[in-house]
Design a protein around this ligand. Structure first.
Ligand code: PMP
Length: 362
């Protein structure tokens, strides 16, 4: 077979996202489908983003800005960094792939505390690097000594997803600082803050302070979650300018389309929409907790916009039944959590549909 031997194709199963709404409608002959499977913003994007995108529809015969200067300027100002400390990508996913392509080779080791987001393993496998899984502890808690123990001379990268997908748990500020400051300098830390804007805990750290202090940390951010722009694919990294410059050498010139650039720039300015999203999330998550307690279903308290629920050995059956009734959640098989589903926080109406279905099934 004439395939690139560097890639570990046998380990690379295609990513299986939550079934799209139209597919469930067609498969089960339903008109009403509630999707709580991909941690999207149930309120949609900021109206300012929609306006900006509409205004640029007449420009789409032009190539977008390859350097994403305007968007980087808005991000840099908002987060307190310089222009060259920001790199915009086609979703956070592309940043993971670009980091892998830039830094990894066969024989390198990538530490992945797990269960977590599957793209980290995808990136490592793409380059033939080895994945070192470090299981989270009781209640899906990070243990930094376990992570330290996994570090070798060949460790190139360490992923910290906080809050972690799919558990909703986070690494404390104290632990994150101890970890980053205690690692040898050949380990690049990728701090995935895709859900950082949902966190309300006082002892949380979004990683940016460590970049400012000059540690080898790349902070990943996305416009797909709290900003509600998953469909136009835009994310970014914040890191040392030198690190980002190396990544720029391998990125495609027009990786971020024009509508994504203008939409994201408008979205990041809309603090009001962010606040509305946060407060919906907190209220509906609380309502979901209450319902789960009433149903006697154990769950992991979450700092994010999804909740991991333990449905026991019936999990797959309950997941299938929910699906047949038009409620899409994420089954835990991909994380080897066979008794769990991950439920995204929707609007209170969507949550009521889910809770009613659970009451009838469980
Ligand atoms: N990191 C985490 C933890 C995620 O859950 C996701 C989205 N599923 C991403 C990164 C990437 O998101 P996107 O590519 O849509 O920006």
């Amino acid at each position: 077979e004439n395939i690139n031997p560097r890639r570990i194709l046998s380990r690379m199963t295609p990513y299986s996202p939550g079934k799209p709404i139209w597919e469930v409608q067609r498969e089960f002959g339903l008109t009403q489908v509630t999707k709580l499977a991909s941690n999207e913003n149930p309120l949609g994007p900021s109206p300012l983003a929609l306006e900006a995108i509409q205004a640029y529809l007449s420009e789409i015969h032009r190539y977008p800005d390859a350097d994403t200067v305007d968007l980087r300027a808005v991000i840099a100002e908002k987060r307190g960094f310089s222009l060259d400390q920001v790199l915009v990508t086609n979703g956070g996913d592309e940043l993971i792939t670009l980091l892998s392509e830039t830094y990894l080779e066969v024989g390198d080791e990538v530490i992945v505390p797990s269960p977590t987001f599957s793209e980290y393993e995808f990136g490592a496998n793409l380059l033939g690097a080895s994945i070192i899984n470090v299981p989270l502890r009781d209640n899906f808690r990070y243990d930094i000594d376990d992570i330290f123990a996994a570090v070798t001379e060949r460790t190139k990268m360490l992923y910290i997803c906080s809050p972690n997908n799919p558990t909703g748990t986070y690494m404390t500020k104290l632990d994150l600082h101890r970890l980053v400051k205690g690692l040898p300098s050949h380990v690049l830390v990728i701090f995935d803050g895709a859900y950082s804007h949902f966190v309300t805990a006082d002892d949380y750290c979004d990683g940016l302070a460590l970049v400012r202090e000059g540690y080898p940390v790349v902070v990943l951010q996305t416009f797909s979650k709290i900003y509600g722009l998953a469909g136009i694919r835009v994310g970014y990294g914040i890191a040392d300018a030198g690190i980002l410059q190396r990544i720029r050498q391998v990125k495609e010139p027009f990786n971020v389309n024009m509508l994504a650039q203008v939409g994201a720039a408008a979205a990041i300015r809309d603090d009001q929409h962010l606040e509305a999203t946060r407060s919906n999330n907190a209220a509906v998550r609380e309502a979901l907790y209450t319902a789960l307690r009433e149903l006697g279903l154990p769950f992991t308290p979450s700092m994010s916009n999804f909740v991991l629920v333990d449905l026991g050995v019936q999990a797959k059956a309950i997941y299938d039944t929910l699906m047949s009734r038009g409620v899409i959640v994420r089954y835990g098989a991909g994380w080897n959590l066979l008794n769990h589903v991950r439920i995204s926080i929707g609007t209170s109406e969507e949550n009521a549909v889910l809770v009613q279905a659970l009451k009838e099934i469980v």
